[in-house]
Design a protein. Structure first.
Length: 210
């Protein structure tokens, strides 16, 4: 029982911290998980007075989450919402699900990805994994735009050549087309090497490698 309380306190403190930092979607998730743990704790309390005190706290956090969700929805409607993540080079433990899963829903119709590193086999496979996740979660998805660099640039020699890159991206395009989603690819010579940007319907997310 005490474990539920300690976990709830941790989750709700994290929710408030993320709220203050403007990372609202993450904050909402922590609010929801924290409230769930508090309710578990309430069910184990013998005293009705103690139960009532905790329920009042639950209502307070639910109210905060509802206000936050309203603000988030308004920002998305105006196309004025964004989040930024910083990931240290060679960090592990990140996945497309953990980074973007909460953004991929039935309201997303278009996605634009800016990533300078969609060159070799594993990079193309990672992009395919993201596309698969998007198709599965975004029921109204119509189009994915990819802005990347060509694999035949001198500094990428030995990683992948242009023909392999184009063949891999064509396979991804064909796969998406079977799901009635188009893939538009544009190549750039000026992309910043350490920033990856994902633009969804109404908002955008930047992942910065530091």
């Amino acid at each position: 029982m005490s474990n539920s309380l300690e976990l709830a306190q941790f989750l709700l403190k994290k929710a408030v911290d993320l709220d203050e930092k403007g990372r609202w979607t993450e904050s909402l998730n922590f609010y929801q998980e924290g409230v769930t743990e508090l309710l578990k704790y309430v069910r184990g309390l013998p005293s009705r007075d103690d139960q009532q005190k905790i329920r009042e706290k639950v209502e307070t956090y639910i109210g905060r989450a509802e206000i936050l969700k309203q603000k988030l929805d308004e920002k998305k409607k105006m196309g004025d919402y964004h989040e930024q993540f910083e990931i240290k080079n060679n960090d592990k433990g990140y996945s497309y699900e953990s980074l973007f899963g909460r953004f991929l829903d039935e309201f997303v119709e278009h996605i634009s990805v800016t990533d300078p590193y969609i060159h070799n086999t594993y990079q193309c496979f990672n992009f395919l994994h993201f596309c698969t996740l998007a198709v599965r979660n975004c029921k109204k998805l119509e189009q994915i735009n990819l802005l990347t660099t060509r694999a035949n640039k001198p500094q990428y020699a030995g990683q992948a050549d242009l023909e392999k890159q184009e063949a891999a991206l064509k396979q991804i395009s064909d796969s998406l087309r079977q799901n009635k989603v188009s893939l538009n690819i544009t190549y750039s010579n000026t992309l910043h090497d350490r920033e990856i940007v994902y633009v969804f319907t109404g908002f955008w997310i930047m992942v910065k490698i530091v």
